[in-house]
Design a protein around this ligand. Structure first.
Ligand SMILES: [Zn+2]
Length: 163
């Protein structure tokens, strides 16, 4: 078997996600982790409580999945949930028109010629891989911590001020 220099020195060659920077342990990609989390939400229905945050956070750390407009709408949605502490239920009560437009915005997906990208580097302190590490029983706490960390990263980068 061929060993690279790194491996022969006892260092594991690590594959990382080009978008969020997570380390892909044993070939598990961010998309694999996304499907793992969906499975955990089905396996333990209490985990469904943070489904809206999980989907939003996954997409925000992989902005190329969005169109540029979709990405802006998604950042505003994170601001509503984390910055303003709104639940999806409260958002619906607050203003149905706003909710409808937000949902429309963050469902806008990338086209081949146009996708979302941050206009400056964002230093993510937590990724989806960390949520998986913390396991199914800590899932709700992990996802909420992940969402807060992302909000802080976007704030530190100065991106929240631009939306
Ligand atoms: Zn990733």
């Amino acid at each position: 078997m061929f060993l690279s220099t790194k491996e022969s020195l006892g260092m594991e060659t690590k594959q990382t996600c080009p978008e969020c920077g997570a380390v892909w342990q044993e070939g598990q990609t961010c998309q694999d982790h996304f499907h793992q989390r969906l499975a955990w939400e089905h396996e333990k229905p209490a985990n469904w409580a943070v489904h809206h945050l999980m989907v939003l956070c996954y997409h925000l750390q992989h902005p190329a999945l969005y169109s540029p407009e979709g990405l802006r709408g998604a950042i505003r949605l994170l601001d509503d949930f984390v910055g303003h502490g709104l639940t999806p239920e409260q958002m619906r009560k607050r203003d149905r028109a706003v909710v409808d437009s937000s949902q429309r915005a963050w469902k806008i997906t990338a086209r081949s010629d146009s996708h979302g990208v941050y206009d400056r580097p964002v230093d993510w302190t937590m990724t989806a891989a960390n949520v998986i590490e913390h396991g199914i029983d800590n899932y709700c706490d992990s996802v909420r911590t992940w969402a807060r960390s992302m909000y802080q990263s976007l704030e530190s980068a100065g991106i929240l001020a631009t939306i």
